[in-house]
Design a protein around this ligand. Structure first.
Ligand SMILES: [Zn+2]
Length: 389
């Protein structure tokens, strides 16, 4: 779900529309050395192809193992307008108060900040104990991404981390993004994959989560168009955070299709808080996109970003997955828990990153998912998507 640091080198251009301001629509993403600082190198498309790219380097996708496809290890989800006014000396969370915080009845700024390497490492060790081997970290522009911390956490925990790139929803973005066009966003994202992200030489292995709202803003469409151009240029998979409207995933899928995107490499996140009827769900899957249920562990009804919906529990999420499998969509479903709040970590009495492997996978066996289906959702689909093409 779910704020960041300015790109080191976005060029300031005039306001462009989402299909590019250039007179002939041509893009030049190919200059091999443009914008590469001393000591940084640009990895080639050929070197990426067939590999997955973790924060510590390229790996054989067959080694990724059980993978969480949408999580956050370091994030500040507080909207920028609240970050400025919030009390800075708020005490740490009291685990005994977590239900009230989780329900959304008590606003805690601290709840929406994950900023400790040691805490994240402990939580990742629990994931590893439960069988997890790879975690995809989608903290992008606006959410305060910290690539170097991800490297530390990955090395200390023994869990591989694949980092995302791009920008979250407009409210969180650098105000200067309003003056950038799709090609400029594309160049930035390509560099984040091939050179390094957020001022470091640590490279992203997936694009997104790209933030969209309903209604979809012009600036967000520009970022999405840039992400789609960068996908074509790099061969990475693309993860989309759709707006909180049941028809927005379909709108995004249509936009991706019109841009000629490889639909089986476009992941629509947060389906569990967005779509609540079988017709829409199946229509979306029929477009060929990958459908991600990534709020596993969110078990209470109230979803404070949109109190008008009933958040499903894990059992209901599994029924939606079963419906998708019965309609032939096993190869385009994903599961994750999108942890972006302290109260969901084990230390504060929450379910932690370990929940899907430790609790939900055994429940799936009881609910008559086959081991092969579980392996497809937790291992094979992630490995396919994380492999550069
Ligand atoms: Zn997220």
């Amino acid at each position: 779900m779910l704020p960041w640091h300015p790109s080191p080198n976005p060029s300031r251009k005039g306001r462009g529309d989402e299909f590019g301001a250039g007179s002939d629509g041509a893009t030049d993403l190919h200059d091999p050395n443009e914008g590469v600082s001393n000591g940084m190198t640009r990895i080639s498309r050929e070197a990426l192809r067939g590999k997955a790219q973790t924060v510590t380097g390229l790996v054989d996708p067959a080694t990724l193992g059980p993978t969480l496809m949408h999580e956050h290890l370091q994030i500040d989800l507080n909207p920028p307008r609240l970050r400025a006014t919030a009390v800075s000396d708020e005490p740490d969370l009291d685990p005994c108060a977590c239900f009230q915080i989780r329900w959304g009845g008590t606003y805690s700024r601290r709840n929406f900040e994950l900023d400790e390497v040691r805490l994240a490492t402990e939580e990742m060790a629990r994931l590893r104990e439960a069988g997890g081997r790879t975690l995809v970290e989608l903290t992008v522009g606006g959410l305060k991404p910290k690539p170097a911390a991800l490297v530390e956490i990955s090395k200390a925990s023994g869990v591989a981390v694949v980092m995302g790139c791009g920008h979250y929803v407009e409210e969180y973005q650098d105000p200067d993004n309003a003056f950038r066009d799709a090609e400029d966003f594309a160049r930035e994202i390509v560099d984040q994959v091939r050179v390094g992200a957020w001022g470091t030489d640590i490279r992203a292995g997936i694009i997104g989560e790209i933030g969209c709202q309903a209604p979809w803003t012009r600036q967000e469409r520009n970022v999405m168009r840039g992400a789609l151009l960068a996908q074509a240029e790099t061969g990475a998979a693309l993860n989309v955070h759709p707006g909180r409207d049941a028809d927005q995933p379909q709108e995004v899928a249509a936009f991706a299709r019109a841009a000629g995107a490889p639909m089986d490499r476009v992941i629509i996140s947060h389906i569990d808080r967005t779509i609540f009827d079988a017709d829409r769900l199946l229509r979306l899957a029929d477009t060929g996109v990958v459908v991600e249920f990534d709020l596993f562990g969110w078990e209470q009804t109230n979803y404070f970003p949109n109190p008008d919906i009933d958040m499903p529990n894990d059992g209901v999420r599994l029924r939606w997955l079963r419906l998708l499998i019965e309609h032939g969509h096993l190869d385009r479903v994903l599961m994750s828990s999108d942890i972006c709040e302290r109260s969901r970590l084990c230390r504060y009495g929450g379910h932690g990153y370990r929940h899907i492997l430790g609790n939900v996978a055994p429940l799936m066996l009881r609910r008559r998912f086959s081991q092969d289906e579980i392996d497809t959702i937790l291992v094979r689909n992630p490995a396919r998507l994380l492999t550069f093409v």
